[in-house]
Design a binder for this molecule. Structure first.
Ligand code: IPE
Ligand code: IPE
Ligand code: MG
Length: 237
């Protein structure tokens, strides 16, 4: 790896392809989701090693609730289990866990487990691991608009004062910088209602590798590609 490699401050991953990974092996879709857990671990450790400050993962979209009941239930059980199981990974690596999304749709016991780990890790500052759960970009913008409208009804001066930064603080990602790099595995090249507002100037990296086969090494390839990108933000250099 060359010295010139640029490490994104915030890297985000759309973890896709678990179902296809399982199908190729004649396994059930849930086996693919299970196999993806080690990719999460590997990428988390690599990001900590490389000095990434924020790693975010798209784990379950608002649209994913429409999948067959047994897959949704299996995924939720898996998520609950891994959030508890990985507590050691978080404490060993000084990683703060945050779970963002429409938390009201999650089972109360899952919410309680998440809250426990969030509380336990809240002072860790080496890296934030953000898991987007029951999240969609349009939902996020709408919930922000609703909360903004409520505040503006109480204080109309907010309407004139609102700028991108003020409104951005109503999104669930308030205080978290926008992703520098968004990776999507499995060959799909779409945003699937992920971070619509926050991805305004993100670099995208698409790979055919399926999520269960993605690891720290694959992540470094993405960083290498990212290092060669010229981020202009609409300006002329
Ligand atoms: C990504 O893998 C995990 C979730 C969306 C929860 P998929 O389950 O979408 O896998 P494919 O796209 O069917 O292969
Ligand atoms: C996007 O993957 C959501 C997550 C990875 C959590 P999907 O598999 O749900 O996306 P589509 O349906 O292919 O767009
Ligand atoms: Mg998919």
């Amino acid at each position: 790896m060359s010295d010139a490699i640029k490490i994104p401050r915030h890297v985000s991953i759309v973890m896709d392809g678990n179902g296809r990974w399982a199908k190729m092996r004649g396994k059930k879709r849930l086996e693919g989701h299970k196999a993806g857990e080690k990719s999460v671990r590997s990428c988390t450790e690599e990001c900590v090693r490389q000095g990434v400050r924020y790693l975010s993962l798209f784990a379950f979209s608002e649209e994913n609730w429409a999948r067959p009941k047994d897959e949704v239930e299996g995924l939720m059980t898996l998520l609950a289990g891994s959030i508890k199981k990985e507590t050691k990974l978080f404490t060993d690596n000084k990683v703060r866990l945050r779970v963002l999304g429409n938390r009201s749709r999650l089972d109360p016991s899952l919410n309680a487990d998440i809250a426990e780990v969030e509380e336990l890790t809240k002072d860790f500052e080496r890296m934030d691991l953000i898991v987007f759960l029951s999240y969609s970009g349009k939902w996020d913008i709408l919930q922000a608009a609703k909360r903004f409208a409520r505040d503006a009804a109480a204080d109309p001066s907010l309407i004139e004062r609102a700028d991108l930064s003020l409104f951005g603080n109503y999104l669930v990602t308030a205080e978290i910088p926008d992703p520098d790099l968004i990776i999507r595995t499995s060959g799909e090249q779409r945003i699937s209602n992920y971070l619509l507002w926050q991805a305004a100037y993100s670099e995208f990296y698409f790979t055919d590798v399926l999520w269960p086969d993605f690891d720290g090494k694959e992540l470094l390839k993405a960083f290498e590609e990212y290092s060669s990108r010229d981020r202009r933000y609409g300006k002329v250099k």
